[in-house]
Design a protein. Sequence first.
Length: 372
Amino acid sequence: MSSKVDFLYLDEPSMVKAGVTDMPACIKTIEEVYRLMGQGDYVMSGRNHNSHGAKIVFPDNPPFPNMPKNGPDRRFMAMVAYLGGRFHIAGEKWYGSNRANLEKGLPRSILMVMLNDADTGAPVALMSGNLISSVRTGAIPGVGAIYLARKDSKVCALIGAGVISRTCFMSLVETCKELDTVKIYDIMPASSEKLAKFIKDNYPQIKNVEIVDSIEAAVRGADVINAATSGKVQPRIEESWIKPGAYISLPAGIDMDQDFVLNRARRVVDNWKMYEAWSEELEYPWAESTGLIGGCYLDWIHDGKMTVDQIENLGDIINGKIPGRKSDDEIIIFGMGGLPVYDVAWGKDVYDKAVEMGLGVKLNLWDTPYLY
């Protein structure tokens, strides 16, 4: 038996060649992830094995001269998971984030993904993670739409026009085959123009791309609504604007009337156990600390205004434990918070393709470990 350990390093150009931006393939992978999650064939960190991850946030007034100071989106985070099924892999997404990076010509977050052999723990691959993360995040609304959106959905509202809105649209247009109109709202007109051009240049089936001047204008008449904004103020959507039968996809936070959400909408999440982990790790009110609708659900349960049985998991729908869309008129809210199993799964599929194509650089950890 050999004790030699090699692993593959994949830079971003190699990841692109290996298909990391292949949205149709990513949708299939993420759908498979939800199926495995619904069966329980996964493990994440934390006491309940469903934690989003471990985060470092710096103090507002550091006691040491070289210690970083807290600031917008300034953190380090490790998101770890094991995923079973055909993947049978462990892994981690590790990243540092600082909004001040944008002033240096860098992305706000810089990410790496590590894959490890699930039996030995030996490294399998170290790869550029930014595209893994943005594409897998974008794939989730599309997977949700397969089960939760009306099949005849034609109008898509995009609230926010950043990278995540782009990748979300890429998945929604794949799974909502009848889409022909997109309405875009962003507080930055230049961002709206950029996203509109991307859609016009790449999706000729979209006959109408409109840049609108308000959230209301975007939401009214939309069959599919995707909100992906950042910042302290969350976009407000009024119930009166929402079309019966709308599918509301929330990869980011939203402000909606509590009575509407609890009594006249259906509530689906990516993985409720992750929110329960957050309730142990973070402080109430959780809506403030998570910035997600799942955090609102935690608060409302805490306040006695909601019960857990009012929330459904997408994995249970995909596995046929509960039905998907029940009627043409029901309004379905799909909240998501990001899970490391997505990164591990999509990273593993891209890694396998890279090996098949002979991409990347093989690095040696050791031929024989020095001490063990």
